[in-house]
Design a protein around this ligand. Structure first.
Ligand SMILES: [Zn+2]
Ligand SMILES: [Zn+2]
Length: 143
C-alpha cells in the first residue's frame, strides 16, 4: 500500500499538517474530558505514531493544555480550533478524525462508553473504559 500523506488544517487554516502511514486505531471516545473539551457529545479519534505527523504551517500557533499527564490537548491560538491530543505514555497522537477529510474513517472501537451521552448502535465493540492493553478494565458493555 502506498503511503500517501493525508492533509489537515485547523478551523482557520493557520495550522496545517500532514500525516503518513496508517492509524494505529480509530474509534469514538465518550469520556467527559473529550466531551467538555470538544463541546461535542463524542470524539471521533484516529491514533497515530507521533512520527507520522508533520506540522507544515503555523507550528508557532499551537497551544497545549494538559488536565492530566495522559492527554496534552492542542489547539490553534488564532481560531481556537482543536487539532490533536498527545498521549505521551502510549506514544500516540490523536488527530481528530474530523480534521482529516481524506481519511477513510473506520471506527473499530468505542471507549469510555460507560460515560456516553450519545449511544451509538453500530455493532462496534463498546469498552466500559478502555481495552486492557491500553490500561483499562477490558470490560465491554451492551449497546
Ligand atoms: Zn486556526
Ligand atoms: Zn476521551
Amino acid at each position: 500500500m502506498v503511503n500517501t500523506a493525508l492533509t489537515g488544517r485547523c478551523f482557520c487554516g493557520e495550522v496545517q499538517f500532514e500525516v503518513t502511514g496508517q492509524p494505529a486505531a480509530m474509534g469514538y471516545c465518550h469520556c467527559e474530558s473529550c466531551r467538555t473539551w470538544s463541546a461535542g457529545p463524542v470524539n471521533a479519534f484516529s491514533l497515530w505514531s507521533p512520527d507520522s505527523l508533520r506540522i507544515t504551517r503555523g507550528a508557532q500557533s499551537i497551544a497545549s493544555f494538559a488536565k492530566n499527564p495522559q492527554s496534552e490537548r492542542k489547539w490553534c491560538t488564532r481560531c481556537g480550533g482543536h487539532l490533536f491530543t498527545d498521549h505521551p505514555h502510549w506514544k500516540l497522537v490523536d488527530i481528530y478524525a474530523a480534521l482529516l477529510p481524506q481519511l477513510k474513517f473506520e471506527p473499530g472501537v468505542h471507549v469510555h462508553y460507560q460515560e456516553t451521552v450519545l449511544p451509538i448502535r453500530d455493532g462496534v465493540v463498546k469498552y466500559k473504559d478502555m481495552p486492557k492493553e491500553m490500561g483499562g478494565s477490558g470490560e465491554t458493555l451492551p449497546e
